[in-house]
Design a protein around this ligand. Structure first.
Ligand code: FES
Ligand code: FES
Length: 154
């Protein structure tokens, strides 16, 4: 058992009991009860588990807890609330952009990270930023349109 790892999750400092080598996704879901980040491939290939770590979207299934020690982790739950959704969440809702939604948490996190850096990102940049996020139901076009709307590009 390695030393306890303290990390900021959605603005709250936590010290999970999980070993430092535990995937961050496992800690988030199984220990902290944050079920928004999804387990898809478990291999860093689908993006369903993306969380924001100090401004960068990262696959939490491939990120050991120790790696985020002292950093700020934001999950989809930390981006907005029912009453005050993040602009990306709001745009996806308004446009009914998703179909199944399994991929959506990771997409929202990745899109929010992009727009925080590049609010005027165009469609090519959005597509590039979401390239690591798989959506198998073919909603990509609507999701990209929603991200563009959230960023003010349209
Ligand atoms: S579950 Fe992490 S990238 Fe697929
Ligand atoms: S909306 Fe993404 S896989 Fe269906």
């Amino acid at each position: 058992m390695s030393d306890p790892t303290t990390v900021d999750v959605n603005g709250v400092s936590v010290t999970p009991t999980s070993d430092g080598d535990t995937p961050l996704l496992t800690v988030l879901r199984d220990e902290l009860g944050l079920l928004g980040s999804r387990f898809g491939c478990g291999q860093g290939l689908c993006g369903a588990c993306m969380v924001d770590v100090d401004g960068t979207a990262m696959p939490s299934c491939q990120t050991p807890l120790w790696q985020v020690a002292g950093q700020q982790v934001t999950t989809v739950e930390g981006l907005g609330t029912d009453g005050r959704p993040h602009p990306v969440q709001q745009a996806i809702l308004e446009r009914q952009a998703a179909q199944c939604g399994f991929c959506l948490s990771g997409i929202v996190v990745a899109a929010a990270a992009l727009l925080a850096e590049e609010p005027d990102a165009d469609a090519d940049r959005v597509a590039e930023a979401l390239d690591r996020n798989l959506c198998r139901c073919g909603a990509q076009r609507r999701i990209i349109d929603a991200v563009l709307a959230a960023g003010g590009a349209r």
